[in-house]
Design a protein around this ligand. Sequence first.
Ligand code: G
Ligand code: MN
Length: 259
Amino acid sequence: MASAYQHEITIENKLIKAVKNHAIYTVYQPIVNLKTQDVLYYETLARWQDEELREIEPEEFIHCAEKADIIHSLGHYLIAQVIPDIKASDGLLRAGINLSPMQLDHKTFASDIQARLQENNIALDSIIFEFIETTLIANDSYATITVHKLEEMGAQMIIDDFGTGYASLNYIRQFNIAALKIDKSYVADITRNLNSYEIVKTVIMLGKTLNFKVIAEGIETQSQLDTLRELGCLYGQGYFFARPERFDQLSLGRLEKRR
Ligand code: G
Ligand code: MN
């Protein structure tokens, strides 16, 4: 029987091959204004189609890429996929890019990304940097310095999956964060679980007071949307509005209106 260790080695090898063979590609999912339904930006999501033509989501392979220390080349590769799409979009595609704490721990990350954008004539505000809250908590990591460098460059940064790690008011104070994305597990039971409801309500209020945007992830139903609107949540993302799609399938700036 193959051990868990052998299984991981196999995935790592397959992953290295997948990057080489372009079997990993990007899809985009809009973040919408819940009042006007205008698109704020599109989150870039990686998809891997393996040899059995199974679609693998990043939750399954990103941690392998980190373990195998190929997260930097994978990140580089994904940005290389996004750049031509931004260029082709005529200013309509602002792309959110997910960054792992390990990528941000890399000392030249901020200057590398700046150089790549300049080389390609892309404005910094075409990219939105998303990372999870634990990124800002590790003291032994260079990531917090990278985030300060990005801040100085004027980059827009968004905290992803808020509420699943070490939600802390301290880092909201220390860093210039454009938005918090409330994790989809809260949205999933917002209409049934009073605790989720109250937590979401509090985060929305905090956003208003401290002047950051609040984005609700994983909106799937009309009643979730209605509840979020009642609470004054201004932005959301989820299958109710749109599934992640390949660049050439996107109707950029023309999202079908939902009630
Ligand atoms: O961690 P992050 O928020 O970046 O992950 C986004 C993931 O959530 C993607 O894999 C995306 O396909 C998935 N996703 C996006 N919208 C929805 C939704 O409405 N419901 C569920 N269950 N998943 C979603
Ligand atoms: Mn994200």
